[in-house]
Design a protein around this ligand. Structure first.
Ligand code: ADP
Length: 230
């Protein structure tokens, strides 16, 4: 599903953010991506979502080599990927319904289809009763769930999350990860970037660890081992 082969990323200015990174994430797999701030987690996610290009090496998504994706095809590739951010990037002057419907409006779905899909997405994140609310009327955990509903509303096969629990307490963080598990259980591939080692240790999922741009571990590790590694 996602395949990195000896990927390097040097930003303009010469900073080497990823060094010789190789890994595969199979269809239907769920994994964590961890490492200290500045280790290269966001860079790796941006390469998958075609927001940045590798300096060398190759990346394949669903057997498509990203180097061969022309700029006109970029929106089509991005539709396969749902992105979730730490600060959820919601439009504060729009209702929950409007926020979640945005990707479908951009794709030109009919109002009837939009209503059906938005209601289904909000049901999946347990927010059916909040459709008409504005984000500021919701708790931090609920706002993050709206962000997740927006990411899944067009049913992408891949979900990428960048520090999705960064602003949440441990109980709410676990709720968010459980939601990812529900999407993973129906076949969605999930990659979650987080530096929350406590959360990772509790979940026992495959964990890719970056240190200064190098992938130093890949496997199921306990929190202590990961901490020592970093
Ligand atoms: P993380 O998500 O693990 O905190 P990032 O991928 O955001 O790490 O950053 C990795 C390194 O690349 C950092 O040192 C950061 O300063 C640098 N970096 C990130 N984006 C850019 C950019 N657009 N231009 C130059 N350097 C960048």
């Amino acid at each position: 599903m996602i395949s990195f082969n000896q990927v390097n990323k040097t930003y303009s200015g010469g900073f080497l953010a990823l060094k010789n990174v190789s890994f595969n994430l199979a269809a239907g797999e769920m994994a964590f991506l961890t490492g200290h701030s500045g280790a290269g987690k966001s860079t790796l996610l941006k390469l998958i979502s075609l927001m940045e290009k590798p300096s060398s090496g190759s990346i394949q998504i669903n057997n498509t080599d990203l180097a061969k994706v022309g700029y006109k095809q970029v929106p089509f590739m991005r539709r396969k990927i749902g992105m979730i951010f730490q600060n959820h990037n919601l439009l504060m002057d729009r209702t929950v319904f409007d926020n979640v419907s945005l990707p479908l409006i951009i794709e030109g779905y009919s109002p009837k289809e939009i209503r059906k899909r938005v209601e289904a997405a909000l049901e999946k994140v347990h927010l059916s009763d909040k459709q008409k609310c504005y984000p500021k009327m919701l708790s931090g955990g609920e706002q993050q769930r709206v962000g997740i509903a927006r990411a899944v509303v067009n049913k992408p096969p891949i979900l990428l999350a960048d520090e999705p629990t960064g602003n949440l307490d441990p109980k709410l963080s676990l709720d968010i990860i459980r939601l990812f598990e529900e999407f993973n259980a129906v076949g969605t591939s999930v990659l979650i970037a987080t530096h929350d080692l406590g959360l990772i240790a509790r979940m026992k999922y495959r964990t890719l660890t970056l240190k200064s741009g190098t992938m130093i571990t890949d496997g199921i590790v306990d929190g202590l081992t990961t901490d020592e590694a970093m």
